[in-house]
Write a protein that binds this ligand. Structure first.
Ligand SMILES: [Zn+2]
Length: 349
C-alpha cells in the first residue's frame, strides 16, 4: 500500500500541484466505512480488500488537494471537493490499474438510472439543507453526478486543457476557498472560451436531457434523409443543454451508411440532412441516449415523395462493450424506452 500511495501521491502532485504539508500519514482505521480524510492523514479501513483499499487510499489522498489545500464550503458546495476527489481516484485507477476494467468515472448512465430509480432529480449546485435525504441526495450529487460532469468536461476540453484548469485552481485558491465560479473561470482560462453553456445547465438543472428522434423524412429523388432530434425535456430545464448526440443511419442489411454527432440545443437548426448513397434506402436510425442505443425503424408512406412519420423504437440494441453493470443500467433505461413507445402509440392518430 505504501508503494501505491507514492504512485498516487506523485500523480496528484503532477496533475494539480505541489503537496504543501510537511508530512503525510496513511493510517489503518477500524470503522465500518471505507476511509476518511484529514489534513496530513489518510485513513483506510482495515476491512478492505486490496483493490478497495487502493481506491479508498487514492480517494482520501485526493482530498489532501481538494479540500485541505484548495478549500471549499462543504455545506454549500461539497460537490466541488467530493466530485474532484472522485474524479481523481478514478483518474488514478484509469492510469495505474487499467487491467481492473472497472468503470473509472461514474457515467451518465448510472446518473440516469439513479434518477429513474429514486426519483432523485437534484441539481448539483445547492446546499445540503435542500436535499430531501442526506444519504441518497448527497451521494448522488457529490459522488456520482459531479465526477461524471467533470469527466464530461475532460472529454470535451481534452486531457491537457482539463489538467491545466486543475493547476489554475491550485494556483489561485491554494489555502483559500473556491466556489463554482472559480472552478468555471479556471477551465475557461485554460481553454480560452466561455463555458456558461456547459456549467449552467449541468450544475443547475435537476434533470438530465432526454433526446428523441422526433421526425424523419426521405426524398428518394434527391437521396436526402432529414431528421430532427430534440431534447424532449427542453421546456422543463432552467438552462438549455447543449451537447453532441451521436446518430447512425443503417440500411436494410443493418450496415452503417451514415454516422455523425450533432449538436442539439435550442439554437441548433432542428433538421439534420444526410446524403444517402444512390439506390440505398435508409432503414434504421440509431440514437445514443438514455444509457442505450435506441433504434428507430424508419418507414415511409407510399403516396408522397416526402412523408413524415414516426418510428417504432427497437430496444434490442445496446451500445457494444458495456460492462455488466452498464448493461443493467441499459436494461433499466430500456424499460423506460418501452414506456415511450407505448405513449407514442397511444398518441398516434
Ligand atoms: Zn470523499
Amino acid at each position: 500500500m505504501i508503494n501505491k500511495t507514492f504512485d498516487a501521491f506523485y500523480m496528484f502532485r503532477w496533475v494539480i500541484g505541489e503537496y504543501l504539508y510537511p508530512t503525510l500519514n496513511v493510517v489503518m482505521e477500524h470503522t465500518h466505512y471505507g476511509g476518511m480524510e484529514h489534513a496530513c492523514q489518510v485513513y483506510v479501513t482495515s476491512n478492505a480488500q486490496q483493490m478497495f483499499a487502493e481506491i479508498v487510499m487514492s480517494h482520501e489522498l485526493a482530498h489532501q488537494w481538494f479540500f485541505h489545500i484548495i478549500g471549499n464550503d462543504q455545506a454549500d458546495v461539497g460537490f466541488i471537493d467530493e466530485g474532484f476527489a472522485c474524479w481523481l481516484d478514478a483518474y488514478y485507477r484509469e492510469k495505474a490499474n487499467p487491467s481492473w476494467e472497472s468503470d473509472y468515472v461514474p457515467s451518465f448512465e448510472s446518473v440516469r438510472a439513479y434518477e429513474y430509480n429514486t426519483g432523485n432529480k437534484h441539481r448539483i449546485n445547492c446546499s445540503v439543507n435542500e436535499f430531501s435525504s442526506y444519504n441518497t441526495s448527497y451521494w448522488y450529487v457529490a459522488y456520482t453526478k459531479s465526477p461524471a460532469i467533470y469527466q464530461k468536461l475532460r472529454l470535451i476540453l481534452g486531457e491537457n486543457i482539463f489538467i491545466e484548469g486543475l493547476k489554475l485552481m491550485y494556483a489561485r485558491f491554494r489555502f483559500g476557498f473556491i466556489w463554482l465560479d472559480g472552478v468555471q473561470k479556471a477551465f475557461e482560462d485554460a481553454c480560452g472560451q466561455d463555458l456558461d453553456w456547459f456549467f449552467y445547465p449541468w450544475f443547475n438543472n435537476g434533470r438530465l436531457p432526454e433526446y428523441d428522434l422526433t421526425k424523419a423524412s426521405f426524398d428518394p429523388t434527391t437521396n436526402k434523409l432529414t431528421i430532427d432530434v430534440e431534447d424532449i425535456r427542453e421546456g422543463t430545464h432552467p438552462y438549455s443543454y447543449s451537447q453532441l448526440v451521436p446518430i447512425e443511419i443503417l440500411n436494410k442489411e443493418l450496415e452503417i451508411i451514415e454516422n455523425c454527432s450533432i449538436w442539439v440545443n435550442t439554437t441548433q437548426t432542428p433538421d439534420v440532412v444526410f446524403d444517402i448513397p444512390d439506390g440505398v434506402e435508409p432503414y434504421k436510425a440509431i440514437l445514443f441516449n438514455r444509457g442505450a442505443a435506441l433504434s428507430y425503424k424508419l418507414g415511409w408512406g407510399d403516396d408522397d415523395i416526402i412523408e413524415e412519420f414516426l418510428i417504432t423504437i427497437d430496444p434490442s440494441t445496446n451500445i457494444p462493450g458495456f460492462s455488466v453493470l452498464l448493461v443493467l443500467f441499459s436494461a433499466i433505461s430500456t424499460v423506460y424506452a418501452l414506456t415511450v413507445v407505448i405513449k407514442k402509440k397511444l398518441n398516434k392518430k
